[in-house]
Design a binder for this molecule. Structure first.
Ligand SMILES: Cc1cc2nc3c(=O)[nH]c(=O)nc-3n(C[C@H](O)[C@H](O)[C@H](O)COP(=O)(O)O)c2cc1C
Length: 294
């Protein structure tokens, strides 16, 4: 957690409406006898900026953030409607065909800007994004993963090494591997004939990771990725999560090196991004989940 920097109240502007006190999640702001709030609560301020964001008189500033970090929001009539937002979510599909067109640095920065709007545990925002666009490095990543999957399949097929594998990764993981075997074999086969069923020929790979020391870092990073995928859809881009990469990268030092993920970081997810070479004319309803109303 960063230093305990607290909001500063401009007493001349504040009319003591109390909105900032109501939204402060940590009770940092306490109503003073004078009527205005005072930043004297006991907790460590995690600088979420909600106090500044609700003040109609611009009577609060937060020294941990610059004034330009607070943006005007679109009025409701120009903002997304629930229908258009749901439509956007329906439009997001896992895209597995991409054009060769690379996405620009500016586009990546827009995606990251969307990603970091996500909630994060204790407002740590500890997510890191590694963007890989160099075709040679992408090819190296693919080769490494395919090599590892090849040796895993060989181990699955030989009784002694299968037993060793079971001891190494546990019976449950071994069963998961068996379930994924057909897909893994299709990744290997495609690679052998010049295809790509791993990164799907996408021009950009984004690895999202966070320091192990943040116990909620990985979970927070998942929310960021969800925002990023929605933004990508809004920008006409396609994305696909690549779980098959994450599974290997979690255990393989060399792959982590290629991806430049520090040893003491957890990989939350890997995502390919590019311009889709497929057009979806309609959405597919997802199953209704088990719903318990208590
Ligand atoms: C954790 C996770 C891992 C995934 N891994 C892969 C993957 O390695 N390769 C792939 O093609 N799709 C992968 N997907 C995409 C799913 O297959 C996809 O989300 C699902 O089939 C639903 O389709 P839709 O995303 O088009 O709605 C993954 C999705 C998630 C959430």
């Amino acid at each position: 957690m960063g230093p305990d920097i607290r909001p500063v109240i401009d007493a001349d502007r504040c009319d003591g409406c109390g909105r900032c006190v109501e939204v402060c999640p940590l009770d940092i702001l306490v109503p003073a006898e004078s009527g205005g709030p005072e930043p004297i609560g006991e907790a460590h301020c995690f600088a979420c900026g909600q106090c500044v964001a609700v003040c109609p008189l611009e009577a609060i500033r937060h020294p941990a953030m610059k004034p330009e970090h607070f943006r005007e929001l679109l009025p409701p009539e120009e903002s997304t409607t629930p229908e258009s937002f749901l439509d956007l979510l329906r439009k997001r599909r896992s895209v597995r065909r991409y054009t060769d067109e690379q996405i620009s640095g500016e586009t990546i920065m827009r995606l990251i800007e969307a990603a970091v709007q996500a909630p994060s545990g204790l407002n740590e925002q500890s997510w890191h994004f590694n963007v890989i666009q160099d075709p040679e490095r992408l090819a190296r990543v693919r080769r490494r993963i395919v090599a590892i999957y090849r040796s895993l399949i060989r181990m699955l097929d030989a009784p002694f090494s299968r037993l060793m594998l079971r001891l190494m990764i546990g019976a449950e993981n071994l069963e998961t591997m068996e379930e994924a075997r057909a897909v893994i074999e299709s990744i290997i086969e495609a690679h052998s004939s010049g295809g790509d069923r791993l990164l799907w020929g996408a021009p950009t790979l984004i690895i999202v990771h966070s320091p192990e020391e943040d116990p909620m870092g990985e979970e927070s990073a998942h929310y960021a990725v969800a925002d990023m995928m929605a933004m990508a859809t809004a920008m006409g881009l396609g994305t696909c999560v690549v779980g098959f990469l994450v599974t290997v990268a979690e255990r393989d030092g060399r792959l982590r090196e290629y991806l430049q993920v520090p040893e003491d970081h957890d990989i939350a997810t890997a995502l390919v991004v590019g311009y889709p070479d497929a057009e979806y004319l309609r959405s597919v309803d997802k199953r209704m989940p088990p719903l318990t109303v208590i």
